[in-house]
Design a protein around this ligand. Structure first.
Ligand code: FES
Length: 574
């Protein structure tokens, strides 16, 4: 056994000369591996979120084979394994309820098995944070291969953004008289290739996040799923992870505080999803880097918007890739970034993104002429959200950023659906829609319901946006003056629980303020009368989740999952 073999974690399984060494190797022989595979090759786990129930990741089974080519090129031993996959558009009540569960699956699969390095194959929204969170809690050398966005949607000569179009269905049918057939035709037009949503929704945001953190090879995020260059990227990632194992380049060597700050800056410039906050906070919690909700405002809110993508802008991920992709954005942001942080290819962020060329300034603006001066996410504070709430100014209406309006309260999303289109509902364009019961504990799982549709009677009048407040999330593909992640949430007795119809609410984005205009005495009276709702589950994982989930301002991870257990397993299989 040479020195390198001794260092490999997998040799604790495969290197033994005793009975257990025989057992560990022998059963793998059923798959026909030659002896040298067990004698000091780095074993690379390809952690695959492929699932036919997650259409955005439907191509990842094939991608795993491409990664394996790269691992074999570099002398590694690739072993693919499946983990929980979370399909955003189908899972009930919301994939966010299962992000932490999926991360546990990833963590324990990596820890328990003879793996030296990990490739995470990701795509749909939660499949990136869940796998990265799980991998962080083990901290082996790890590289991410984002599955890539779909091609641009095309429908009757128009470019359609996936995710964004569905928020317009109600409006299209009401205002533009779209028929059911029209909508059916749009359905396939907006999803015409493999890949994840091609707007700057949560999946694209997560891909940009991992690239900005230094966890992918440079330029990986924007390449469309069906572009041959995506496969090249996957194969090169397979080669690189073998080198990373030899260099012992663990996740914790890349995920420094500076890397997290870089991700916040980049997210602001690309107009990324608000879900980014929850996921980055949770990842930081796993790797042990101090990061707070307030950091997103302090570091990101003054960063200019450079990327002109839906839902904030005009273009889609395919256009972003052809314009030069994230490397151009990183180069433009040079003065705001820690350029000397190390990334998975062993080079610094600055070295990786020194020479990209922008091929379309309408898609990626220069730092000298940004699309918007200050675009990052703003953190609001006030009596309505003592621990914070957030708003994405680049997706909001300027005229509503300072607003005082009468609350129209919905106790649950079901209550909202039952009454929002009631012609007698007392609501106008100045009202503030308040939705309760959409937080991590209350729903449970914090669904993407914060951007509720406006009432039909106001849509018919041509109203395009209103202030909406909730303890839920908003899809990264949606837009509007939507205040989200109110913490503490209503289900645990936050002030949001105490809002009543007709209360006046004040929003002042410039001064970071969200205020419920009632006296302290009135608030105390309502609090004393408040009755905590019964938990939504009495058994199983959901009950466990309700009892352990943290609030949105901490990333909505489970309290006992913060931190990591590392890669050492003290007790053996006997
Ligand atoms: Fe999977 Fe949008 S539904 S990325």
């Amino acid at each position: 056994m040479d020195t390198n073999e001794k260092k490999l974690r997998s040799q604790e399984w495969f290197g033994g000369k005793d009975k257990m060494g025989f057992v560990h190797r022998s059963w793998f022989r059923t798959q026909g591996y030659p002896d040298d595979y067990f004698r000091g090759r780095p074993v690379i786990g390809i952690c695959n979120t492929w699932s036919e129930l997650t259409p955005c990741n439907g191509h990842l089974r094939e991608f795993a084979d491409v990664v394996k080519r790269g691992v074999l090129d570099a002398g590694g031993f690739p072993l693919e394994f499946p983990v929980s996959s979370l399909g955003e558009t189908v899972m009930r009540p919301t994939t966010m309820l299962f992000r932490n569960l999926a991360s546990m699956d990833v963590e324990e699969n990596i820890r328990a098995n003879p793996l030296d390095g990990i490739v995470l194959l990701t795509g749909c929204d939660k499949t990136t944070p869940s796998t990265v969170m799980g991998a962080c809690s083990v901290d082996l050398p790890t590289i991410v291969v984002p599955g890539g966005p779909m091609l641009n949607g095309r429908f009757r000569g128009e470019c359609l953004g996936s995710g964004s179009f569905n928020w317009m269905v109600k409006e299209k049918m009401l205002v533009e008289q779209y028929t059911e057939e029209d909508i059916l035709e749009a359905e396939i037009g907006v999803a015409r290739s493999a890949g994840h949503c091609m707007t700057m929704g949560t999946a694209s945001t997560m891909a940009c996040m991992v690239e900005a953190l230094g966890l992918t090879l440079p330029g990986a995020a924007a390449i469309p799923a069906v572009d041959a260059r995506k496969k090249v990227m996957a194969q090169l990632s397979g080669r690189r992870i073998v080198e990373m194992v030899k260099e012992n380049q663990k996740l914790s060597t890349i995920l420094t505080r500076q890397a997290f700050e870089n991700a916040i800056v980049v997210n602001a410039a690309v107009g990324g999803s608000t879900n980014f906050i929850l996921h980055l906070l949770a990842i930081a919690g796993r790797i042990g880097v101090p990061l707070q909700l307030e950091d997103f405002d302090a570091i990101g809110s003054r960063i200019p918007l450079l990327v002109n993508l839906k839902p904030s802008g005009k273009y889609l991920m395919e256009d972003f890739y052809y314009a030069g992709g994230l490397p151009v954005v990183i180069k433009e942001l040079n003065k705001y970034l820690h350029n000397d942080v190390i990334t998975v290819n062993g080079k610094t962020l600055g070295e990786n993104n020194k020479n990209p060329v922008c091929y379309n300034k309408d898609v990626i603006a220069s730092i000298g002429e940004p699309l918007q001066e200050e675009a990052g996410i703003v953190v609001l504070k006030g009596n309505l959200c003592e621990n914070g709430a957030i708003i994405k100014p680049s997706a909001a209406t300027k005229g509503l950023m300072k607003h005082r309006g009468k609350a129209v309260v919905f106790e649950t999303i079901e209550d909202y659906h039952a009454r929002i289109d009631d012609e007698n509902l007392e609501i106008d364009e100045n009202s503030v829609i308040v939705l309760k019961g959409a937080g991590p504990v209350g729903y449970p799982g914090m669904p993407e319901v914060g951007n509720v549709d406006l009432p039909e009677k106001l849509l018919r009048k041509g109203v395009k946006d209103m202030v909406r407040i909730s303890d839920g999330r908003m899809s990264g593909t949606a837009a509007g003056t939507v205040i989200l992640h109110v913490s503490p949430e209503s289900a645990i007795g936050g002030m949001l629980a105490l809002v009543e119809n007709g209360d006046m609410i004040e929003l002042d984005v410039e001064n970071r303020r969200l205020h419920l205009d009632i006296s302290d005495e009135e608030a105390a009276r309502r609090k004393a009368a408040w009755v905590r709702p019964e938990p939504m589950a009495d058994r199983g994982y959901v009950r466990f989740y309700i009892e352990h989930v943290q609030q949105a301002n901490l990333g909505a991870d489970l309290d006992l999952l913060r931190g990591g257990s590392g890669s050492v397993i003290k007790r053996n299989l006997h």
